[in-house]
Ligand binder design. Sequence first.
Ligand SMILES: NC(=O)c1ccc[n+]([C@@H]2O[C@H](COP(=O)([O-])OP(=O)(O)OC[C@H]3O[C@@H](n4cnc5c(N)ncnc54)[C@H](OP(=O)(O)O)[C@@H]3O)[C@@H](O)[C@H]2O)c1
Length: 314
Amino acid sequence: MLLLSGTGVSVIAALWLLLDIAFLISLFFHVLGDCARRSSPLCAIFQDLIRYGKTKSGRPAWLHCFDLPKRWFSHFYYLSVFWNGALLWLVVQSQLFGVEIPQWLQSLLHFFNKEPQQKISGGEVSTILALSLIWLHSLRRLEECLYVSIYSSGVIHVAQYGLGVAYYFLVGITLLDNANLDPKNITVSDLAFQVHWYHIIGLALYIWASVHQHRCHVILANLRKNKSGKVVTMNHVMPNGDWFERVSCPHYFAELLIYVSIALLFGLGHTSWWLVVMFVLFNQSLAAILCHEFYNEKFDNYPAHRKAFIPYLF
Ligand SMILES: NC(=O)c1ccc[n+]([C@@H]2O[C@H](COP(=O)([O-])OP(=O)(O)OC[C@H]3O[C@@H](n4cnc5c(N)ncnc54)[C@H](OP(=O)(O)O)[C@@H]3O)[C@@H](O)[C@H]2O)c1
């Protein structure tokens, strides 16, 4: 905190920057190094920290004590629906009904974000829309975790679980970076007048990416069912259809598009949100590359033209 004062960098931006760097280094380390083939304890720890679910296998037994069930992904979305929903409610109350933001939230935002003079005004519609879309995204993901996805006995590392919990807490705080939360009585028509072309494009991209992400989650779930919808296997099967024809992990690519769509809602000008987009880019790239390697090793007939993460690129 002391180190950051006077640098113009908020605590929240510094945190995202650190996470971005950590994942970028891990990505390069995995792609350029040969840690996956070495059996040293350090390499084993590194592999255990970057892998989860189907890409985590053949590890020393002592690493199993850090395992948590991968189905606990739902906890992240429970937290996000509750926390980001509460933030949305408090922001709407303050901006539309003139209710003061509670003191505990003001203190929290003051800790994570920059000084009040850095706040920009006139972006109320962006903040409310962005919080609404993150809340809706979390609600859909929660519904998918509970009712769509078929989880095997796959695991995640306790550190990955901790990061997932912190992630959805920080996402809401980041959206409020630069927001002017002084109590106001903005009417719905005032909000409508704030709408720009980039809100429309952002919303369209969000809907398009969300529809495809949901379809991909359904395709993955159906791989484990027979024609009558009964779960018949817990194996990992080769996915086909929709965006799977282009990439191994289209649901990760859709996730990236969803975060870019929220950057669009701020007219691409929300610096700390871009650090979140970078985080999603780096961590989903790493997960997609690991998954792509897994598929190529497992299936002899895996389509050669299929990229890992971003169509036509990699
Ligand atoms: N914003 C972020 O930073 C972030 C981070 C991580 C994930 N996410 C998002 O969360 C969503 C889920 O991510 P994930 O990493 O859990 O995806 P995933 O590993 O592909 O798993 C999704 C579901 O599909 C199953 N599955 C995966 N591959 C399969 C296959 N080949 N055959 C049969 N079933 C298969 C999994 O079962 P198992 O139990 O066997 O794995 C799980 O139930 C994604 O949309 C992702 O973008 C976001």
